[in-house]
Design a protein around this ligand. Structure first.
Ligand SMILES: Cc1cc2nc3c(=O)[nH]c(=O)nc-3n(C[C@H](O)[C@H](O)[C@H](O)COP(=O)(O)OP(=O)(O)OC[C@H]3O[C@@H](n4cnc5c(N)ncnc54)[C@H](O)[C@@H]3O)c2cc1C
Length: 294
């Protein structure tokens, strides 16, 4: 296929690719380009073309915390593969490519007897997505164990940034949408394997009990701490509410489920209804945790 990325090694290019296939909500129109990038050189060359041509771009992990519009994305969606999916370990220091799946990181840590990341078990995304959104659960967040991040920015510079130079808060960081996390380093602790296994089993059990199955992006809204978004939505009587095939889960009110044929506009209409009702009845403004691409 002749494309503007022709000639770059370590790159696969897909034109007019349906984004619904790349997101856990199974929603989204087509991307003008979707590129799978296999090494740093290829990423740099692709970014150079993107910048020179002033194209929109967005890095996509596993697509488990994102809603693309029905009209798609008029630009380049970048996915990290190959060397970006490697984990290198030196004793208790784990260096993960931005495209590493969280579950692979947790598994490797567990197998080698290093703990501190058990709380991440069951989160279905990548390391890049998790660091960008400061993913967490059970009162802990990925920034607690992070020591540094390597990014490529819109200026095409590759920089290693120390953990304490980045601002993290509840489900957010100040890493911008234009920056691509290509690597993240973590410092873990040696812990008895049995203790790690017990914790993992306990967390998985809680997830199985609380979380609904089906196509979703996990919790749709941030918890307006100390309150729970799910409880507020439930108390407003919204469980089971539907717009088209988008439904507020009957099991966990902070999950919006795509029953099969939901469109982004259905989800967005449902989101508005939820926000308006919670505002009217509880006086609280719910803020989406999911990235809503315009
Ligand atoms: C069933 C279910 C359960 C979940 N449970 C939890 C939970 O307990 N806790 C929690 O925090 N989240 C949870 N999530 C949400 C989601 O899995 C996490 O936020 C995850 O970290 C997102 O990673 P991702 O790779 O899928 O990101 P994506 O959805 O692909 O992207 C999310 C954002 O991160 C950016 N991004 C992705 N990769 C990179 C990169 N390499 N560099 C820079 N930016 C990047 C994207 O541009 C986008 O802005 C859940 C989701 C589901 C479906």
């Amino acid at each position: 296929m002749r494309t503007l990325f022709n000639g770059i090694k370590g790159l696969k290019v897909f034109k007019n690719e349906p984004l619904s296939a790349y997101t856990s909500l199974r929603i989204g129109g087509r991307a003008r380009y979707l590129i799978k990038v296999y090494d740093e050189q290829a990423l740099w060359e692709a970014m150079e073309i993107i910048k020179r041509r002033h194209l929109n771009y967005l890095v996509l992990g596993k697509g488990t915390n994102i809603l693309f519009p029905d009209r798609g994305f008029d630009g380049v969606v970048i996915k990290l593969h190959g060397t970006f999916q490697r984990i290198e370990q030196k004793y208790n220091i784990f260096s993960c490519g931005g495209g590493v799946l969280i579950k692979d990181f947790v598994k490797q840590a567990q197998n080698s007897g290093y703990g501190g990341v058990e709380f991440l078990v069951g989160i279905p995304g990548t390391i890049g997505g998790a660091v960008k959104g400061n993913a967490g659960a059970f009162g802990k967040a990925i920034s607690d164990v992070l020591t540094s991040v390597t990014i490529i920015g819109p200026d095409l510079r590759i920089r290693k940034i120390k953990r304490n130079e980045i601002n993290f808060d509840y489900r957010k960081s100040d890493i911008s949408d234009e920056e691509i996390i290509i690597n993240a380093e973590f410092k873990l602790k040696k812990i008895k394997k049995q203790i790690i296994e017990n914790k993992i089993n306990e967390y998985l059990k809680i997830r199985r009990e609380k979380q609904p199955r089906g196509f979703s992006a996990g919790s749709f809204f941030k918890n307006p701490r100390p309150l729970s978004a799910g409880r507020l939505i439930d108390e407003c009587g919204l469980k089971g509410l539907r717009v088209g095939d988008a439904m507020v889960s009957k099991k966990h009110a902070n999950f919006i489920i795509n029953l099969g044929r939901a469109r982004a506009r259905d989800v967005l209409r449902l989101v508005k209804i939820i926000q308006n009702k919670v505002k009217a009845l509880k006086g609280i403004e719910l803020e989406p945790e999911v990235r809503i691409v315009k």
